[in-house]
Design a protein around this ligand. Structure first.
Ligand code: SF4
Length: 352
């Protein structure tokens, strides 16, 4: 049986039942594929459902307030994706009459849409015979073709050509989704479960007994750990929060003021310096109220939060930001980074 037939036969029986697959809808494919980047399927499902019940199409999304989108995205991480989705929706409404473009050329011009996402949208949403090759598909095909290093350009090209050659004429979207499911359920990174694999007969790595060794693993780089300090500055029953700038890491999210501890600096000195620079406040640093570790893609943070009291407010600061004084009950009205939520959790446990 051909590779495509074997794969689709398995997909019809064992494919995952996912909310964005309930109907062919290019908008659902786009939103789900962006959410799924670097994020597990089970994490994405509730986010996707909430998002699509609030913003069921490109038009409603384009009109949305970005802070509302950010609140819906809160906790999913890689916030640039949320910004790109919003910008793309506005471009689609402006230039494509509210309809997702249906060519590779147009789609890949849009913010946050690369070849893989465009291939998924075109094949699943428009039934076009375009491959969608991400890291999971690369891994499967590297094993099928016995390619030890799929990161090399010529090997990558060979893999894409092979997917293109095998993709189903009648069901290109299902073919791509079947490969995604195969990578997630059967041909996993660690130990592939070759015993139940529908394309075992086509697999060179399996035939050679090398399925565990192909493709070659790349050693993960050690990520640096930054020591960070933040202040919960109280005035009465309210504390101070500020909004991060519109670009860069964690853009437009709310946070406590604070920053990175420089070598030789104490946590208290850093906090006083950062709060003076960022907010123009002279503060008295009180007791520690929480400490969390959190991992981002390229670094980790060890963050300590202190309760602080305002001593004096300076008139001017270099880069004024949007700010609020809020009570603990109002936290849910704002989108915060996950590390801050971990701190809120520690505070709430302390108070109960
Ligand atoms: Fe992957 Fe094994 Fe199937 Fe080959 S036979 S594609 S290694 S699960």
């Amino acid at each position: 049986m051909s590779f495509s037939k074997s794969l689709l036969g398995w997909y019809d029986k064992c494919g995952r039942d996912l909310p964005w697959r309930k109907q062919e809808n290019a908008y659902y494919t786009w939103i789900s594929e962006i959410m799924l980047q670097q994020t597990q399927v089970n994490t994405v499902i509730p986010y996707f459902n909430r998002w699509c019940s609030r913003f069921p199409d490109v038009e409603t999304l384009a009109k949305a307030d970005y802070d509302v989108l950010l609140k819906l995205w809160e906790g999913l991480g890689y916030y640039r994706r949320c910004r790109n989705i919003h910008e793309t929706a506005k471009i689609i409404v402006r230039n494509y009459a509210d309809t997702m473009p249906d060519t590779l050329e147009d789609l890949t011009k849009l913010p946050g849409i690369g070849d893989y996402t465009a291939g998924a949208i075109l094949s699943i949403g428009f039934n076009k015979k375009i491959p969608a090759v991400d890291a999971n598909v690369m891994r499967i095909m590297a094993r099928i073709l016995m390619v030890k290093d799929p990161s090399k350009v010529k090997n990558k090209k060979r893999i894409i050509t092979e997917v293109q050659r095998n993709i189903s004429e009648e069901r290109p979207g299902d073919f791509n989704q079947a490969l995604m499911d195969l990578g997630s359920i059967v041909c996993k990174t660690g130990k592939p479960n070759c015993k139940i694999c529908p394309v075992q007969n086509h697999c060179s790595a399996f035939a050679s007994g090398l399925q565990d060794a192909v493709p070659r693993r790349i050693k993960k780089k050690k990520v640096p750990i930054k020591t960070v300090v933040a202040g919960m500055i109280w005035e009465g029953d309210k504390f101070y929060i500020q909004k991060r700038g519109p670009s860069g890491h964690l853009s437009s999210l709310w946070e406590f003021p604070g920053g990175k501890v420089e070598p030789g600096e104490s946590l208290e000195t850093t906090l006083k310096r950062e709060v003076m620079e960022e907010c123009g406040f002279k503060i008295r640093v009180g007791k520690m109220v929480g400490n969390v570790n959190h991992a981002y893609s390229h670094f980790k943070i060890d963050m300590t939060l202190f309760s602080c009291h305002l001593e004096k407010q300076k008139a001017e600061i270099r880069e004024p930001r949007e700010t609020e004084w809020i009570t603990l009950d109002e936290i849910n009205n704002y989108a915060f980074p996950k590390a801050n939520h971990k701190l809120f959790y520690q505070i709430s446990r302390e108070n109960n």
